[in-house]
Design a protein around this ligand. Sequence first.
Ligand code: ZN
Ligand code: ZN
Length: 346
Amino acid sequence: MFKNLLRELNDLNGQIIGIKIPVDEKGYLDRKCPNSECGKKFKINFEDWKNIVRDEAVFCPVCKNEAPSTEWNTAEQQEYINNQGISHIQDTFSKAIQKDAKHFNKQQKPGFINISLSYKPGNKIIPIPPAVAKELEQNYECNICMCRYSFLGTAYFCPSCGNENIQGNLKEGISNIENFINKHSEIKQALKKVLSEENSESYFSQIIEEHYCKIVSIFQKHAEYLFNNYPGSDKVKIRKNLFQNLYESSAKWKELTGKSYEDILDSQQYNKVKEHFQIRHLLAHTAGIIDEDFINKTNNNSYIVGKRIIITIEKLNDFLVLIKGFISAMNKEFRKKGVRSTFDPC
Ligand SMILES: [Zn+2]
Ligand SMILES: [Zn+2]
């Protein structure tokens, strides 16, 4: 009696239904990390999703969780996909049952008792395409696999190849320090609301010093990145943490590129950078207490041995501005050699 229905049921097995998921105006597809502790939403250029991203492994740009490409739908997209499936089944079954009922009724001969079948389809599910999240401002393009993606904050990894996005990390580091400098009065006030006057002063000084030291790590990471991407860098051996030391790294720089730091930065600026590096050295190794070695290296007699160095907001800002200029000058040199740096702070 249910010939058509049984046939359709059989046909549904393994059938693929084409579902169109909307993308934003720039052609980016919404994605969501399936790691329940992360769950960050990001976007991938739809063409790159189809052509570059592999089916077997996609990476979260924030936590580097790895999962097959089918696992990255947002809740709205998943609901839409499920409803599309149900709606397709409803349509197919409804038509088959109607056909079966018609066929059954046709076969009935008029008699004392008449049997007829009628079929009323239930409420049909109408899938509503998921709303597309608005375009995100932070756009990235992987230097290695060229996949284009975007995230509201800093992306640490490429979702397609999983490589570390060094440039993105540096950008975030600099912007955090800039935000701190711009909002330092408000931050100080906010600290006073939760801590005592004395504790908030001490805590505030500690944040300034941490940001100050962070500038050296930002420089170090960027310089290392450029160095390793320069043609012929595999022939120049460098030690770990070389770029924390300006004297040594400048020599290696010259060995690789033919130019030392003195050749790419004006001497007044470079002297200031050197002094800041020495101050950072004090903070890291003598708890900020000025020693003979520091006076000899900086040639600055305004410092007194035995006293502690004070990092003011002005000093922090001065260091940041100098390092941004320094990084830009390095990028310029590397661009001449065709080494691309996607991060330029100036
Ligand atoms: Zn994640
Ligand atoms: Zn990549």
